[in-house]
Ligand binder design. Structure first.
Ligand code: ADP
Ligand code: MG
Ligand code: ZN
Length: 480
């Protein structure tokens, strides 16, 4: 059978570290980094007899996430022990939620080529993060750092509704953006604040039964998730085409070789011997509590996008791209307000600024200047102080010299646009006198000749002459 005869099925388990000040069951700091084992206490180090107390903020943040993703919120929820032994987990169990998660049956909407698509969420539950093993620097063993142990997580489990690497990418980006908007997680993927277990299977088109899946754990970059899915889909189809069977197993994606490797057989629920956590009380939420959180939810990406269409007259695509990042959209709003020119601000952000960020593989948070600086640049073009061509050079310098104002850059480089009529006339007259053939061509209907003359003037003035004035004066000079 050909590859097109197969359908890809993907489901994600996304872990997001919550940005509460303190850990989920003790009052230790959740701050990233720090000297190893300095954000720890008997509770998060799993000392016998130490008792956990649930951090109320964790419940609030999880409910917020549930409401923002259209989930039903459980009034009656509880914590369970998930037993497993691994040296980064000193309790020898994780405190998670088994049969009564806080949130269930939600969805996240993505835009696909065939229109909007709802990706179902099975559940969102709360749990504690594990510590970190440092293998690399210690040749003969591993050292464990428990600063991260007990940092609160939500796990967001999707239905197997995704049908391609592209849909998966869109879903994860949308989820990230929602979590950023509601400010429950900083979603820094490089710090592991947002990571996904990616479950992949294939089946013949038309087949109802799902194929056997493999799971790639702890993926924390969009690029590797896409690559890993593409590789894994090919691998699975190959196995099936050769008459083999897919084993349900946990895989490790290796970024360098671009391949997946088997880590272990897949464990299932009974291996974990789940049982209700005896050291914690049940979580009971009133309608009032939930409604209060719902009422105070901030504007979400979807409604912000709709507002941009109305308020700023952006196109659907512009509004979607800007609002996908909370940081970028706030940057946009500030710069638009100051400059009074949202269209221009949007253009700069989505073209030149986005290009430079892309080249450096950076997120909007890395823009090294303020919204007021971009606004200034836009206003300087409007006023005619610089041409939009020179403005591109100014922008480059704004990236190279964080904190330096556009006006200062223009002044230091002598980039002020020449808009003095006398000065421009002088240049125009000289060029007209030296290029009689172009004048004849233009008069004979070759419009291109005008562009050529303007180009000469720009060359002469190193791009500083006011293009509108050049245009007008050349036309005037060629009239007779
Ligand atoms: P666990 O991995 O913890 O055992 P589940 O069995 O509930 O949990 O599945 C976890 C994830 O795997 C979910 O996101 C689900 O959508 C996805 N999934 C389940 N079956 C398949 C399948 N056959 N193909 C792809 N994804 C699947
Ligand atoms: Mg899993
Ligand atoms: Zn602690």
């Amino acid at each position: 059978m050909a590859r097109e005869d197969y359908e890809v099925v993907i489901g994600l388990e996304v872990h997001a570290e919550l940005s509460t000040k303190t850990k989920i069951f003790c009052s230790c700091s959740t701050e990233f980094g720090g000297e190893p084992n300095t954000h720890c206490c008997p509770v998060c180090m799993g000392m016998p007899g130490a008792l956990p107390v649930l951090n109320e903020k964790v419940v609030e943040y999880a409910v917020k996430a549930g409401l923002a993703t259209n989930c039903e919120i459980s009034r009656d929820s509880k914590n369970d022990r998930k037993n497993y032994f691994y040296p980064d987990t000193p309790k020898a169990y994780q405190i998670s939620q088994f049969d009564k998660p806080l949130c269930e049956r939600g969805y996240v909407e993505i835009e696909t080529e065939n229109g909007k698509k709802k990706i179902g969420l099975t559940r969102i539950h709360i749990e504690d993060d594990a510590g970190k093993l440092n293998h690399d620097d210690y040749g003969r063993g591993s050292l464990v750092d428990l600063n991260r142990a007990g940092v609160p997580l939500i796990e967001i489990v999707s239905e197997p509704d995704l049908r391609s690497a592209d849909e998966t990418d869109k879903y994860l980006k949308k989820l990230k953006s929602i979590l950023e908007y509601i400010e429950v997680s900083d979603c820094k993927m490089q710090e592991g604040s947002l990571r996904a277990d990616v479950n992949v299977s294939v089946r013949k088109k038309g087949e109802e039964k799902l194929g056997t899946r493999t799971e790639m754990k702890n993926m924390n970059s969009f690029k590797s998730i896409t690559r890993a899915i593409e590789y894994e889909v090919e691998r699975q189809i190959d196995v099936i085409e050769k008459g083999g069977k897919i084993e349900q197993e946990t895989l490790r994606w290796d970024e360098v070789s671009g391949k997946t490797f088997s880590m272990r057989d897949k464990e299932d629920a009974q291996d974990y011997r789940y049982f209700p956590e005896p050291d914690l009380v049940a979580i009971r939420l009133s309608d009032e509590y939930i409604e209060n959180i719902r009422k105070n939810l901030p504007e979400l990406p979807e409604s912000r996008k709709a507002r941009y269409l109305e308020e700023y007259n952006l196109t659907e695509k512009e509004a979607r791209t800007i609002t996908a990042s909370k940081y970028l959209s706030e940057f946009f709003e500030k710069a638009s307000k100051i400059s009074g020119n949202p269209k221009a601000v949007c253009n700069w952000l989505l073209s030149d600024v986005a290009r430079i960020l892309n080249e450096n593989e950076e997120e909007p948070e890395a823009i090294p200047f303020l919204p007021e600086d971009l606004a200034e640049l836009v206003m300087l073009i409007e006023k005619g102080t610089i041409s939009s061509k020179i403005a591109k050079d100014v922008l480059e310098k704004m990236f190279e010299n964080p904190g330096k104002k556009p006006s200062k850059i223009i002044e230091e480089n002598g980039w002020v646009q020449i808009s003095d009529e006398g000065a421009i006339k002088e240049i125009v007259d000289k060029i007209v006198a030296n290029n009689p053939q172009s004048i004849i061509d233009y008069k004979a209907g070759k419009d291109k000749a005008l562009g050529f003359l303007i180009g000469l003037a720009m060359k002469e003035t190193k791009g500083k002459a006011n293009p509108q004035m050049l245009n007008k004066m050349f036309l005037d000079a060629m009239k007779d």
